[in-house]
Design a protein around this ligand. Structure first.
Ligand code: DLL
Length: 432
């Protein structure tokens, strides 16, 4: 066996003081780089009366203006690139739910840094050089597939670049190649587990020992469900295209307590989404990132719309951690004045006997009121009475804990759409 270091690279051995010094040096570079090379940043900074030379401490980051998805749309496709196109090695894009896609670019150095943070992420998740990794994130413009691919190679593991979809073939190759780890969305892992079962294979009996899951919100209850069903460790990977792609942060398999942010490359803040002021330490708010090393596509205080809190590091003590993200501002359903996230339903449903993680939410209008229906599959083969009991319990717990009434409708096992990537849970059927 090859010797491998306890950590993937030296940055993981920095003390907090060394890390802060490195961040400040890099922040100064990044702000100057954005100011000098991206007209929109120059305009925004000038308007805010800030010059790159005004950044003297890390707290001075608060003088900087914000960047939003709208800024990226307005400069579509390449207006935010900070290097000439000849230096851009790769382009990715995210489709988003509405409007133009957001386009991001990477220099050779950016791709190398991305592979490093990804390799570090996989290392934290328990993946080791020499292991075989089944990469079922989608390849293409989506950052998931190719982003993870670079990191797997950099770590020194073997990559199976299967991409998303084609579930029957995924199941076949898992049995034939016997990979140690799988990378995909949590909802797609459920689809794979089902397909294994349908093929007469016990999902817990495969060679898979680690699943590195992300690209959509998922709960600790879903983690328990997947770990029990598949006999593996399920670890959370976080990231977004605008900031890099997968691997902005990752959970440590030893602690499974939320992703550590690789702060030597991405500087995190959590702000009150209304006032845009920092929340008190450890409080919930919107996650905002400033890139510290990106050449092609620097971002200053990019508003992610992801809601979480910043916590002290555990498994990698010098890096701050975020609480597992359970929702985005955009996923929030406001039902008759009560805020509700699909993950809250997932959490409750998975506590109840005979219910499955397969559910969708339908939002409709009855007269002047919005109504929410949870359509959920029960486990196959149970009695009609037990179905009723489970549905009633779900309805009651949602009312008790979230404070709003919803309808619960149980549907035939296997009748709801299955995921092949990011799973769509909410269907808004109201007329606009
Ligand atoms: O989903 C990058 C990625 C690929 C991350 C593979 C992890 C694994 P986007 O398509 O730009 O990029 O979507 C980013 O997805 O702002 C979050 O709302 C959500 N998201 C990503 N990872 C997680 C996670 C990729 N672990 C958006 N938990 C982000 C919860 C996540 N939400």
């Amino acid at each position: 066996m090859t010797e491998f270091p306890e950590h993937f690279d030296d940055a993981e051995r920095l003390s907090v003081d060394e890390l802060r010094a490195l961040q400040l040096e890099r922040l100064k570079w990044s702000v100057a780089h954005a100011y000098e090379n991206v007209p929109l940043y120059r305009e925004k900074l000038d308007e805010a009366g800030v010059q790159p030379g005004d950044i003297e401490t890390l707290d001075d980051i608060r003088k900087l203006p914000f960047t939003t998805k709208d800024d990226l749309r307005q400069t579509y496709p390449f207006g935010m690139f900070a290097v000439p196109m000849e230096r851009v090695s790769r382009i990715h894009a995210s489709s988003g739910t509405t409007g133009r896609p957001t386009v991001v670019g990477y220099t050779k150095q950016d791709l190398d840094n991305w592979a490093t943070v990804l390799a570090r992420s996989l290392r934290a998740a328990g993946v080791r050089p020499g292991m075989m990794v089944h990469n079922a994130y989608g390849y293409g413009l989506f950052t998931g597939g190719l982003g993870a691919h670079g990191g797997i190679e950099k770590l020194g593991a073997t990559v199976i670049p299967i991409s998303g979809g084609g579930t029957a073939r995924q199941v076949q190759l898992i049995q034939d190649f016997k990979p140690d780890a799988i990378l995909c969305t949590p909802s797609y892992l459920l689809t794979i587990a089902d397909a294994l079962e349908a093929a007469g294979v016990d999902p817990a009996s495969t060679s898979l020992k680690i699943a590195v899951l992300g690209a959509e919100p998922w709960t600790n209850e879903m983690r328990k469900e997947l770990e029990a069903r598949m006999g593996l460790d399920a670890v959370d990977i976080y990231g977004l295209s605008e900031v890099m792609g997968p691997g902005v942060g990752n959970e440590c398999v030893e602690t499974k307590d939320g992703p550590h942010i690789w702060e030597d490359h991405f500087y995190p803040e959590v702000l009150d989404p209304e006032t845009l002021e920092p929340v008190a330490e450890g409080e919930m708010g919107e996650l905002v990132f400033t890139s510290l090393t990106k050449e092609a596509f620097p971002v200053l205080r990019y508003r992610t719309r992801d809601l979480t809190r910043l916590l002290p590091g555990t498994g990698r003590p010098q890096f701050r951690r975020i609480q597992k993200i359970t929702g985005r501002n955009d996923d929030m359903i406001i039902l008759r004045g009560v805020n509700l996230f699909p993950t809250q339903i997932e959490e409750i449903a998975l506590e109840i006997e005979n219910l499955t993680p397969y559910f969708i939410l339908e939002l409709t209008r009855r007269g002047r009121m919005d109504a929410l229906t949870v359509k959920i599959e029960c486990v196959p083969g149970i009695r009609a009475e037990d179905t009723e009991v489970a549905a009633g319990m779900l309805r009651k717990r949602i009312k008790d804990r979230i404070g709003t009434s919803v309808e619960v409708m149980t549907v035939e096992p296997g009748s709801l759409p299955r995921s092949d990537g990011k799973y769509k849970r909410l269907y808004d059927l109201r007329e606009h």
